[in-house]
Design a protein around this ligand. Sequence first.
Ligand code: GDP
Length: 475
Amino acid sequence: LGGLADDLLDGLDRLREGAASAFDPTLRLGVTGLSGAGKTVFITSLVASLLDRNRMRLLGAEAEGRIEAAMLRPQPDPDVPRFAIENHLSALAATPPRWPESTRSVSQIRVAIRFRPGSWLSGLAGPATLNLDIVDYPGEWLLDLPLIEQEYDDWAAGALAAAQSPARRAHAAGWHKALAAAEPSAPHDEAVAEALAGAYRDYLFACRQAGLSALAPGRFLMPGDLAGSPALTFAPLPRPERGARGSLYAEMHDRFDAYRRVVAKPFFRNHFARLDRQVVLIDALGAVAGGPRALADLTATMSETLAAFRHGRPGWLDRVTGARRIDRILFVASKADHLHHAQHGRLARLVEAMLAEAARRAAFRGAKTRGMAIAAIRATAEQDVTEKGKRVGLVRGTRASDGHEVAIYPGALPEDPASLLAAAGGAMPGEAPASWPDMSYATFQFAPPRWPHGEGPPHLRLDQAVEFLIGDRLE
Ligand code: GDP
């Protein structure tokens, strides 16, 4: 009889759980950033750290012992790929451990967090559950938002002008050659269109290689499942005197419109407009290592990113049914473990200074914003050595390329990192400010660490980031 009663109770429990989960509040957290910024590692660590919370002391609800359980639940959108958490965790647990495969498209995953509310009154109602839907998408796609409202001619004029800038001109040589050989008013020829689109894409890739980040259209760099499709086979052309129907120019014009309609707009409608909170990962150390132009470019990209989140978005986006308002945005430099902790404060201040500058340029207001320096997964330990009577802070870890244990000096950020921004803003073409720090070792590739099964991954301040992002919803 006992067994039967148990089964019955069990069934009732499940029924209750099922009924409750349909009404449980959800929070949709977007995670974005340019390729290589650390999205996949961040989400993998975030999910693993919520499931096994032994290293999450700065998450208030956890510190107060109010989180009862966290579990994966089927995600609500059947047409969106699931974030491949199991694959990513097994890459990290492999021998030797490997970093997971990076983001190429949009995916999502749901973690249900059962917690006791913080206040005595709401605590009377018993435990509550928050469904945290984490949405991973390439930052490159986000930068397409301004494109949606642009006409082909304006976009093309802007792209042609940008390619003349000192930072970019050298990378545009191949594309400019293809451009000179093409006649916009001539009848459309697919081979010419492909050559132009290919050369334009190569130019964008070369710019990215050089550390530049303001690169649209986003799908050219991160095509998702659209690689090679006509919607991606276009390029900017100057407006000819006569761009008659059937001309190369007219065809490019149409494809640009198609890109806006069938690629860019649906992404914003289906994913972006439904977010409540947003993490933007930035490779701030990589940008410092890349020099003044790369840092200035990343700051400009942050400004564009903020513009996408600005209240008073384009009318069509606000009219999307169910469009929400993002009320918290966190910018994180996510590889702080590449620096000795003595420098973490400087990195955080640099991110804050970049954010302040980006917000100023975007005339941003509305959401609560913050900048932080964290390591989603900490791959290094620290080592202090004394050289010529001076203490030097090194970081030690396993070199990704050959598995050797190495200690490196990553370079030093200045005491006042805002001065870097000022220097980057004022840097004359071709001329690096005299005091620019050599941070080339800060982008060193370490292999991921091992950690005990059943524990969350080692990290730096991931719990603090999570507190900012969802802490108030666990009250
Ligand atoms: P995505 O393109 O934004 O998805 O970037 P990934 O998450 O795949 O990260 C790209 C690479 O950056 C990884 O393969 C790691 O080499 C490195 N990385 C990312 N996050 C961390 C981190 O927290 N610590 C360290 N040491 N390296 C990281």
